[in-house]
Write a protein that binds this ligand. Structure first.
Ligand code: DX5
Ligand code: ZN
Length: 228
């Protein structure tokens, strides 16, 4: 099943002093989803923001809130993120011993269910949960920081994930080091959702955001054509 290309700016790279306006601006610039990177200083070596910040941003856009939880444990906080207005909630397979339970909890909260894997984690951990998820996120950098380089071996992992998904209507998302230069490779491998933080927010105006979002989209579409 071919799902649309979706560009998901990560606000981790935005100006935290004016996050509401940044969310509004990037929506106006053509973002499909807003990617929300939640970090706890424990699962990953950095701290970002939590459900209260997300709740305060909810009024600034109608775009999908795509929440990437880099926290452990995740289960005690899933309800808070659902109530904060996240539409999709993605947990790390490495973040706890009961992945299936976490996915079920997100489903019961009425949200779209995502699972993500660190670069070193094999795809085999997904085998028994493929029918329980709406989204698979392949980390193409080690999570914790924006502005890192795409790990080249992840292109092959994306292609293998695509093959595992088969005809299921699962979004295949890639996060880390996605730029106008790497976008085509990512979609040629089979991904349809591109997270981009520093590539987008290095711009300094809505026009600059718009140009990058549309350049990412064109590159992504061209990679897709090339793969057919
Ligand atoms: C990394 C985060 C990413 C990050 C992407 O832990 O999950 O979403 O912000 O940043 P860039 O696009 O700068 O690699
Ligand atoms: Zn992320």
């Amino acid at each position: 099943m071919t799902l649309p290309i979706r560009i998901a700016p990560s606000i981790l790279a935005a100006d935290f002093a004016r996050l509401g306006q940044e969310v509004r601006d990037v929506t106006e610039a053509g973002a499909d989803w807003i990617h929300l990177d939640v970090m706890d200083g424990h699962f990953v070596p950095n701290i970002s923001f939590g459900p209260d910040v997300i709740k305060s941003l909810r009024g600034y856009t109608d775009a999908v809130f795509d929440c990437h939880l880099m926290i452990t444990p995740a289960d005690p906080y899933l309800e808070a993120f659902a109530k904060a207005g996240c539409d999709r909630i993605t947990v790390h397979a490495e973040a706890g011993p009961h992945l299936h339970r976490s996915l079920q909890t997100i489903r019961h909260l009425g949200k779209n269910v995502g699972v993500t894997l660190n670069p070193a984690t094999p795809l085999s951990v997904l085998e028994n949960v493929l029918d329980d998820v709406d989204l698979i996120l392949i980390m193409s950098v080690n999570p914790g920081f924006g502005g890192q380089k795409f790990i080249p071996a992840m292109a092959d992992k994306i292609a293998k994930a695509r093959a595992m998904i088969g005809d299921r209507p699962i979004e295949l998302e890639v996060d880390g080091g996605v730029t106008v230069d790497t976008a085509a490779m990512v979609t040629a491998a089979g991904a349809n959702v591109l997270v981009a933080g520093s590539a987008i927010f290095k711009g300094e105006s809505v026009d600059a955001y718009r140009q990058t979002v549309s350049a990412l989209r064109s590159a992504a579409e061209s990679g897709r054509v090339g793969s057919n």
